[in-house]
Design a protein around this ligand. Structure first.
Ligand SMILES: Nc1nc2c(ncn2[C@@H]2O[C@H](COP(=O)(O)OP(=O)(O)OP(=O)(O)O)[C@@H](O)[C@H]2O)c(=O)[nH]1
Ligand SMILES: [Mg+2]
Length: 215
């Protein structure tokens, strides 16, 4: 039963489950706001910024820090779910960007997903795995939103250009009704008062039936 034992912990005053496989996922009883993206894009940093806790999710300069699926109990009404970053898996002909096994399990487990935030490093743009993710989410009609992170690393002009490029990728996957989606350039944690951060917070508040506003 070792594998089925839940790792329930607490940090920064918030309980969380760190799951290595689907047996350890909490029961699907509340909405989940999911953070997905390549390693090192800033998922855990954004979890912290949105939960208004500096040290809830562990962040690191070393990519691939988050190997488990973290379910953060930020509210009785929803979880923030921090997925492992997409990594490079060694396959016969070299290396390929791939989702970890536990990430696949997460999406195959019919979780009550309210929104998947797909984080993209604004300097790198979309990779193969990002395309796969957007295709998957669109196919299964799961709500998603692209967040361009680390915008503070680019000039205003470069940011505008990168946003336009991102928008053209988003258009490939968004259904008509979703074209209003605005790519966000969130300097996660660096500038939490950013107007775009506020828009994201409003969207999460809406999706969580107001619960997010009271965390
Ligand atoms: N300049 C800048 N640095 C950022 C930003 N967001 C995150 N970082 C930094 O990027 C590094 C990686 O951030 P994490 O939040 O750990 O990234 P992650 O996506 O959770 O990474 P994995 O867990 O490895 O998948 C850390 O050193 C962060 O401080 C941002 O908006 N601007
Ligand atoms: Mg992380």
């Amino acid at each position: 039963m070792a594998n089925g034992k839940k790792r329930r912990n607490e940090t920064a005053g918030i309980a969380y489950v760190a799951a290595a496989s689907r047996e350890q996922f909490p029961k699907p009883a509340r909405r989940e706001i999911v953070f997905a993206g390549r390693s090192n894009v800033g998922k855990s940093t954004l979890v912290n910024a949105l939960s208004k806790r500096k040290n809830l999710a562990r962040t690191s300069k070393t990519p691939g820090k988050t190997r488990l699926v973290f379910f953060y109990d930020v509210s009785p009404d929803f979880y923030f779910v921090d997925l492992p970053g997409y990594g490079f898996a060694r396959i016969s002909q070299g290396e390929k960007e791939a989702f970890s096994h536990v990430t696949d399990q997460y999406f195959e487990s019919d979780r009550p997903v309210a929104l998947v935030l797909v984080l993209i490093d604004i300097r790198r743009g979309f990779g193969e795995a990002d395309h796969q993710m957007l295709e998957y989410l669109s196919h299964y009609d799961i709500d998603w939103q692209v967040i361009l992170t680390k915008a503070d690393k680019l000039s205003r002009q470069q940011t505008v250009k990168a946003e336009q490029e991102a928008m053209s990728v988003i258009r490939q996957y968004a259904r008509e009704g979703r074209l209003t989606l605005t790519p966000l350039s969130v300097s996660a944690g660096m500038n939490p008062r950013d107007a775009r951060m506020k828009l994201l917070e409003e969207r999460i508040t809406e999706l969580t039936g107001g619960a997010f506003a009271s965390i």
